[in-house]
Design a binder for this molecule. Sequence first.
Ligand code: G3I
Length: 303
Amino acid sequence: ASTLGAQAAQSGRYFGTAVAAGRLGDSTYSTLLNREFNSVTPENEMKWDTTEPSRGSFNFGPGDQIANRAQSRGQRLRGHTLVWHSQLPGWVSSIRDANTLRGVMNNHITSVMNHYKGKVFAWDVVNEAFADGGSGQHRASVFQNLLGDGFIEQAFRTARSADPAAKLCYNDYSIENWSDAKTQGVYRMVRDFKARGVPIDCVGFQAHFGTGGPPASFQTTLSNFAALGVDVQITELDIAQASPTAYANTVRACLNVARCNGITVWGIRDSDSWRASENPLLFDRSGNKKPAYNAALTAMGGT
Ligand code: G3I
């Protein structure tokens, strides 16, 4: 096939992109979105600061704009994200009482998932809960500080009850290199969840890479997680300077793992990227395909 989404679909996978509601009116952007991608992830519109800016008052407008558009075009939708320490409104981060926070977290998960039931196929239930560096432990956050290590399990159990049909993912960055302490920390958590029957279906590897692209162990990491009985997905791919080889290596690592069922790039054109100065995406500012685009398509067997 001659587009990313159509070619990925030939092996039962998807090729998606992050989408910003504010760019949908840009015709270069929407033309590429419609043509190339069969999955979308709202870049900011389903985060807590947008969806529940004050307690109990939900705003689904921006998320719905993306969700309804994706649905009408037959694109899958990844939900991003329910519980994250960042883009968290002040009213949540200033809670000081564990019971209050537990109720607020469960209500947020339940309300947002209920709203998008039947539209979102996979949710990033918890995002970036592990610390950088060598500890292999959770990072500090209002959730960790008040609810302890069990907040992640609590979030996944609540999510399963809210929408039993949705795939429930843990999503993080810098967990691509197998030997890193952070990777090992997440691996131990997933292993423990599977052993104890805590509901988890997938692990998202953000894959925000430097110029060299993925670490040599990336495919090993994907297959080791998959062997625990979860799907794995590349959820926020971008690569500084977008070397074609680095993109091809990333795509190949996923294709070589049966349970790697999709790849999402974190934006369409370089100018749409949170790392715009590094030109990390598959299309240039004018919407032209870059060499990395052809490398990614070719790596999937497309032309
Ligand atoms: O919407 C406001 C606008 O009203 C305001 O005038 C403007 C002034 O700064 O800010 C706008 O909000 C910005 C928002 O993006 C929407 O453009 C925020 O400042 C800015 O911080 C926010 O950045 C997002 C970032 O997450 C926040 O953490 C990026 O777009 C988004 O790409 C990025 O995505 C994250 C993933 O969710 C999780 N993994 C890492 C990834 C990259 O940081």
